[in-house]
Design a protein around this ligand. Sequence first.
Ligand SMILES: [Zn+2]
Length: 331
Amino acid sequence: MRIKTLVILIILLIASNLSSYWWPVEPQDKQHGINATLGEWRVGHFHAGVDINESLDSIYCPATSIVDTTELKHNWIGKFRYIHVILLEFPHDTTLLPGDNIGYITGSHLHFRERSSDTMHWDNSDALNPLFHGTLTPYVDSTNPHIDSVKFYRQASDSLMTGILDNRVDILSVAGDTRTDTAGHSAGHNVSVYRIGYEIKNILGSVVKDYWERIRFDTILDPSNSSQLNLTYGSGSSRTHFRYWVTNDPFNDTTNLRNWYWNTKHRADSSGVSFPDSVDADSIEVAQFKDGHYWVKIFAYDIRVNADSESIMVRIDNFPPANDVGHFCHN
Ligand SMILES: [Zn+2]
């Protein structure tokens, strides 16, 4: 009996940490369509919330929230921000409960944003992903995202590499998600994937470079950071077309590690010493990727772990063949 009580207590503790909340439109206990996801490309910034596909409708408090009248002017109530709406007036410190009417949508959708706490500044706060398990509830999704293309560029440049890869390479992958869920909601267009990454396999299918995934939209600390935006998305991206720089590390805390690459010339001795990505092999004997053919495999996921993958064969050529030595001595 005691153990049972303890188990129930632990389950309750875990559940309360998830801090799930209702939808801000009616019916609040049913899923609604999502037209745009966190992290999508926008002109000069990341999309900082989700777009809920309801027009000219009333909106309702999703979780207990306390009104701050200064924040209310900027469309924040508690942890949530509502855009394309007119919010009702409430006195400072009013406690709003789930289900309370708080305003209405003035356009074709509700832009809904969440931040990590009630007490952060409204003007430059982090943006959380409201589609996590245990946040906006219920939310199911069983359709796969799609990978449309994979291309290679010389690191930090716009020059396309075709055929043979060498030195430092950027991988650009076009991907997206049409967001048609089991409830029949459709975004009607392409939205962003939740995360995307790559790994390298040899011709026999063994992984020779571990999966690298740095584009992942759990939270965006600074949605207006255009430098991070341009390290995440290649030029030609739009609000419905997403070109991801999967080799970059745009959210790294250390700024000069953000513009990253796949070093096809990476040094890897058999000694077991691990060298940073930036260290080049000076001969084929100590190269991680001996000259030859490899598979580049891209993985894209939505937030409910539906996935797509795409494998592209490439040829790496960093070192002159050994039989080239003395080539000019032939008569
Ligand atoms: Zn929006």
